[in-house]
Write a protein that binds this ligand. Structure first.
Ligand SMILES: [Zn+2]
Length: 231
């Protein structure tokens, strides 16, 4: 069963990569079938199986032998594993997996283009308000603080506006302490990544993948954080 879960998660990751990178390929529209970036041959369905096809084809196009971007296979593997991990986690609920799928989609857009589709971002924010266990006063306070942070961030860009909206969505969903734990885990993950991969300090860092990693850590270790979830 776990293999099926990994493949389902990897399929979502594959689809997200496909739509996030299509705007870089003018010949392809969102609804058109996938083509090889190099020879533009239509890719047959049996070469589109996430993770599996990459290894069967040895990371190359079946027709022109051009090398397939290894990052796509890596994202599929990570996406598949994350999906299975949440499904098997102690605190699994369908809502948590839905939020994860939206976050992973935003992460991939942020990773490839350092921007995210507003429709998906604000849909997540609206969902967080709808699902929030907080009272109206707390929600209004959260919205006011996010408005102030966005206004402050307008002049001197410290972090992305999408990052602020996402952090406030965590506040709406889980409360202030849990939100701070998620942001803390995200910052630790980002720091580790910068140190391990020796990230060029002049290059912008897409932070949404780390905010998603923080969410995952929080969900997977939730028995430890249980008392903080809705305070
Ligand atoms: Zn090709």
């Amino acid at each position: 069963m776990i293999i099926i879960y990994v493949l389902i998660g990897a399929s979502f990751a594959s689809w997200y990569c496909c739509i996030a990178t299509r705007k870089e390929q003018p010949k392809q529209t969102y609804s058109s079938r996938s083509r090889c970036d190099n020879c533009h041959t239509l890719i047959p369905w049996y070469d589109l199986v996430p993770i599996v096809s990459f290894f069967i084809l040895n990371g190359k196009c079946r027709f022109c032998k051009a090398v397939i971007d290894y990052r796509l296979a890596f994202i599929e593997i990570v996406g598949g594993m994350n999906f299975a991990l949440i499904l098997y986690s102690y605190s699994y609920t369908p809502t948590l997996i839905l939020i994860y799928l939206i976050l992973f989609c935003l992460s991939i857009f942020d990773y490839f283009s350092l921007s995210v589709p507003n429709l998906i971002l604000y849909s997540l924010f609206a969902l967080s308000l709808f699902l929030s266990p907080l009272n109206v006063a707390s929600l209004l306070l959260g919205i006011t603080i996010s408005g102030l942070l966005l206004a402050l961030n307008f002049r001197q860009r410290i972090i992305g506006n999408a990052d602020i909206i996402l952090i406030v969505s965590y506040f709406n969903l889980f409360g202030i302490t849990a939100c701070l734990i998620i942001v803390f885990c995200s910052c630790i993950a980002a720091l580790l990544c910068i140190l391990i991969f020796n990230w060029d300090s002049n290059k912008k860092i897409p932070f949404i993948p780390f905010l998603t990693a923080g969410y995952l850590i929080f969900i997977l270790l939730s028995p430890l954080f249980r008392q903080f979830i809705t305070n």
